[in-house]
Design a protein around this ligand. Structure first.
Ligand SMILES: NC(=O)c1ccc[n+]([C@@H]2O[C@H](COP(=O)([O-])OP(=O)(O)OC[C@H]3O[C@@H](n4cnc5c(N)ncnc54)[C@H](OP(=O)(O)O)[C@@H]3O)[C@@H](O)[C@H]2O)c1
Length: 306
């Protein structure tokens, strides 16, 4: 194959601006690796970049590719890469908005070996949610026996946060819709439904030591109203409100290291963390994949298979 296929968009807009283009297979420069991508997860932040909604913080450059998460097989290595070889199975990330493609070039430092026990779907969608969940839990540093409330507790990030808290012996109040009651209960969390009366339901569930917001600013304000100390309130999304209120706001950039990726991959491969896959789509159906994701009711990850 001399050509690669890659997700592209040429202007801000709705899902209709997404398409797949034939492009030359990129060549790795020194320190880089060409990966033949087997799976690439999609993430809600990408819809914000594509629509222009987060232009101030993450401006688009056109034509734009898309995607951070990836897993695949090393197809070529650049000068100076010594710890990876052609044929190795890897997982990792691109910070060039480029992983949703048949081929991608990334620095070797952004890849780790794929544990044999991980499926391509899981390996290819582990990076963003894995390191973000790790960062969010670390930000509130919960101790055994404490109670932590989590909004969007059964989503891509939330399903890992709930389980990481469980591994620490934390009592988890998982804020979600009734559709996720069974999954949350089966994973040791107490389901608490969002909507009218949430503050009262949380207050009735007992003293809350920390709050991890994975959904939006209304939850940061609720956590402050509940009297939770601000240094034990964390959000991965409401950055402006966090700055105003003096809460924490740590995310993927704070934990994007090979060590954290390896730890999370090891926990999933070892069965200590379940990693739900909600759906897979071929690369060409990227717009359909985002149509599902943008409903904001996904349980687990949606993954593109190039
Ligand atoms: N800072 C970072 O590094 C970083 C990294 C990753 C993600 N993020 C951001 O974090 C957010 C979560 O990402 P994700 O991948 O976990 O998203 P996701 O998988 O799309 O989250 C979907 C979840 O949101 C829940 N939800 C829907 N409406 C809700 C409501 N009103 N209150 C509480 N929960 C509600 C859904 O639960 P039900 O189905 O039960 O309704 C569903 O489980 C996104 O905004 C994303 O952009 C930031």
């Amino acid at each position: 194959m001399s050509q690669a296929r890659a997700v592209r968009f040429d202007r801000y807009g709705g899902r209709e601006v997404l398409y797949t283009a034939e492009i030359p297979i990129p060549e790795p420069a020194a320190g880089e690796v060409l990966v033949a991508v087997r799976a690439a997860g999609i993430n809600p932040g990408e819809a914000g970049i594509r629509s222009g909604a987060v232009h101030e913080r993450f401006p688009g450059t056109f034509p734009s590719g898309q995607g951070s998460d990836l897993a695949g097989v090393v197809a070529a290595i650049g000068d100076g890469v010594t710890d990876l070889a052609v044929g190795d199975e890897v997982l990792g990330y691109s910070w060039r908005r480029s992983s949703q493609a048949t081929h991608v070039v990334v620095p070797a430092t952004q890849l780790i070996p794929k544990p044999a026990g991980l499926s391509w779907e899981v390996a290819g969608s582990l990076y963003v949610v894995g390191v973000t969940a790790y960062a969010a839990v670390r930000a509130v540093d919960p101790k055994e026996g404490e109670t932590v409330a989590v909004s969007a507790a059964a989503g891509g990030v939330g399903s890992l946060v709930v389980q990481l808290l469980g591994l620490r012996g934390v009592r988890v109040l998982g804020i979600a819709s009734p559709a996720n009651d069974d999954w949350l209960t089966a994973h040791g969390a107490i389901p608490v439904h969002y909507g009218d009366g949430l503050a009262e339901r949380l207050a009735a569930a007992g003293p809350i030591d920390a709050f991890i917001d994975l959904f939006g600013p209304e939850y940061l304000r609720l956590a402050v109203e509940l009297g939770i100390p601000r240094d034990r309130i964390e959000t991965i999304i409401s950055f402006a409100d966090a700055a105003e209120l003096g809460t924490k706001a740590e995310g993927s950039v704070d934990a994007s290291t090979p060590e954290v990726m390896s730890e999370m991959a090891g926990l999933v491969a070892g069965g200590q963390l379940e990693f739900p896959i909600a759906a897979t789509f071929p690369l060409e159906r990227v717009a359909d994949a985002f149509a599902v994701l943008e409903q904001r009711h996904t349980h687990g990850k949606i993954v593109l298979l190039p």
